[in-house]
Ligand binder design. Sequence first.
Ligand code: PHE
Length: 439
Amino acid sequence: MARSQWGSRLGFILAAAGSAIGLGAIWKFPYVAATNGGGAFLFIYLLICLTLGLVLMVGEMALGRATASSAVGAFRKLKGGAWPIVGYIGVLVCFLIYSFYSVVGGWTIAYIGKSLEGSILTADSKVLSAIFSHFIANPIEPLFYHAGFALITLSVVIGGVQKGIENLSKFLMPALFVLMLVLIARGLTLPGALEGLVYFVTPDFGKVTGGMLVDAMGLAFFSLSLGMGIMITYGSYVEKQANLMSSALWVIALTVTTCFLAGLMVLPAVFAFGFDPSAGPGLTFITMPAVFAHLPFGQLFAVLFFCLLLVAALTSSVSLLEVVVSFMIDEFGMARRRAAILVSLAIFLMGVPASLSLGVWSEYTVFGKGVFDLLDYLTSNLLMPVVEVLLALFIGWRVWPTIRDELAQGRMPGWLHAVKGFVRYAAPLLILTILVRSV
Ligand code: PHE
């Protein structure tokens, strides 16, 4: 059976960027940057994205295109042996991430509702913090929205690659960019906002610690959708003529720009309104309403913002579900519809304890972390780096000629030598060093 393909290279870049840009950039980046001291974190995050991130992304895409397979199949086709296990871990990571991702996706739906009814249209930081913490601590309400988010994702994935993903990304991502620019302009002109700007862009390298490095690396992988076979799967749908290096560069540039804009949007407002920068996962949700309250047509902006955030989250969750579903189709010959429904049900169940761990189950912890934090930490800061080390070793040492031909496209550009050296030596060493230092 012929494998379906993206309509165009632009379609591929936008879909890959759609997977990358999501809650990671807009929800996670600002609060992780804020808890890690601002500027230095930004700097290190960017550095990791442009080195490790770039090489691993292009490697994943090449692996996918060379084999026309999804995560597990790609390893099996080229080498077999124990290598497919890397793909299995990747699929597992997708599954785990999707379970808490859907919970947060549900929050965006809930906040569309709260914007419509107007309850969050206040600049009072205490009220906004209280609304958020009451909401996530409620045992029922967030689960309802979590189910809603999973259902929407499910219906997109059942619709198939082309129609579902491509069409969604094309128009709404640019709209999100424009809206963020408006919100940044408003935020930066608030009294006291400059302090937040300085905090965000001035690196204080005294704050660099092992823990911060592993957070930055984990966030880089998370936000770029690396280390779980997504870019392998997406790469398998790209036509042979497309230039993977420039596609990867585009995806990374768009993603880090979004992260930077999200930081500019949230952090100055945090300082202007006196929120706590280390508020954690609620930061974007409690801070942005205060900015809306200071805008004419604030309610309209609020609804728009959470709708577009929802779309950004959906283009990412679709890619998460797609990896697990295409794994089930390729490995077990399951029908797409059946696989998608089964997986969605499983992630819903998995997300339940994650959601409850932020409220009624908060006292149940492992290593001092509730289920939500544990899933997040385990995937970004442990499993994804491990997958990437193995992937770099695989690409650099086992199947380099295939990957090289895939990237060279008949010529042998000079940068390919640098990529080879980087995946062989620098990437595994760097990741392992950061992992070890964080322990
Ligand atoms: N990159 C997505 C985001 O930042 C999340 C994601 C992670 C999607 C891993 C797919 C795979 O929101």
